[in-house]
Design a protein around this ligand. Structure first.
Ligand code: HH2
Length: 277
């Protein structure tokens, strides 16, 4: 199985490692660390050296309660970083909800659109179809400002799977190549700890949709709630456990801050899954 991205495809035989680079002052874990474009580029290169297949560049925090960032400011933050990385051959995914930002990032060389609003904006679907970019369709309830007050589900796994199926089908109907679509249950986006755990436990229900599945648990607050680790940077061990379990349950890609740890966790989990008698 392959995931079609703009310039070719990524093999899913091995877990795809998406390294996180937030060019923001306020991301919950690395906010303020990589606001300077040179620092962001240097960090992205470190992640590639550690094994990242893709680097996810974002200029707007989507942590619960985060304030939206104006388009011009988001462009100012991310485009120089995308341009420099893409020019040196790094595969870049642009983490944005704004079609204009995605479009400029694609022009600067990005190959994947990572849209945490699930391609709800028709302009984003059009752009995805016309550009041939890979797309991540993620589940979120409401928007980052309000999502935690909307964390109400009758059956979270069925509802998230149904949302992803409908959004993916809509994108394909509007011209996005079916093999360009990757789906993501949106861990932490309008979900309680219990909802996140159920989505991870029952991940095979998302995998059964037939699209590549990306999982983003990295350093998120439910891991702090379980382990007592208050500082997000201290949650990489807990994150690695989720990576192993997600891979064991069929995830094809993971979005992480600590790429080196995730790489080992994914490799061990995949080896166990594939062990021959
Ligand atoms: N999580 C975050 C941001 N983008 N994209 C996808 N596809 N899946 C995710 O789970 C996901 C995502 C939030 O994490 P982070 O970027 O570390 O923090 P912030 O939103 O505060 O910048």
């Amino acid at each position: 199985m392959n995931w079609r991205i703009r310039t070719g495809s990524l093999s899913l035989d091995e877990t795809v490692l998406m390294g996180i680079v937030n060019v923001t002052p306020d991301s919950f874990s690395d906010g303020g660390s990589f606001l300077d474009p040179d620092q962001a580029v240097a960090h992205a290169r470190r992640l590639v050296d550690e094994g990242a297949h893709l680097v996810d560049v974002g200029g707007e925090s989507t942590r619960p309660g985060a304030e939206p960032v104006p388009e011009a400011e988001e462009l100012r933050r991310v485009i120089p970083v995308v341009r420099e990385l893409a020019a040196s051959g790094v595969r870049v995914s642009i983490d944005t909800r704004k079609p204009k930002v995605a479009e400029a990032a694609l022009e600067a060389g990005a190959v994947v659109i990572n849209d945490v609003s699930g391609l709800t904006d028709p302009a984003m679907r059009r752009l995805a179809a016309e550009s041939g970019a890979g797309v991540v369709v993620m589940h979120m309830k409401g928007d980052p400002r309000t999502m935690q007050s909307q964390a109400v589900y009758t059956d979270v796994v069925a509802e998230v799977a149904d949302f992803l199926r409908r959004r993916a089908e809509e994108a394909v109907a509007e011209g996005v190549h079916p093999e360009a679509v990757c789906v993501d249950p949106g861990i932490g986006f309008g979900k309680t700890t219990e909802h996140n755990l159920l989505l991870l436990r029952d991940l095979p229900a998302i995998v059964a949709l037939g699209y590549p599945v990306l999982v983003g648990t990295s350093r998120k607050s439910f891991l702090g709630a379980i382990t007592g680790r208050e500082n997000p940077a201290d949650r990489d061990l807990a994150t690695a456990v989720t990576v192993a379990l997600a891979v064991e349950r069929g995830a094809h890609a993971v979005r992480v801050h600590d790429v080196a740890a995730a790489r080992e966790a994914a490799a061990v989990a995949a080896a166990i899954v594939r062990a021959a008698p």
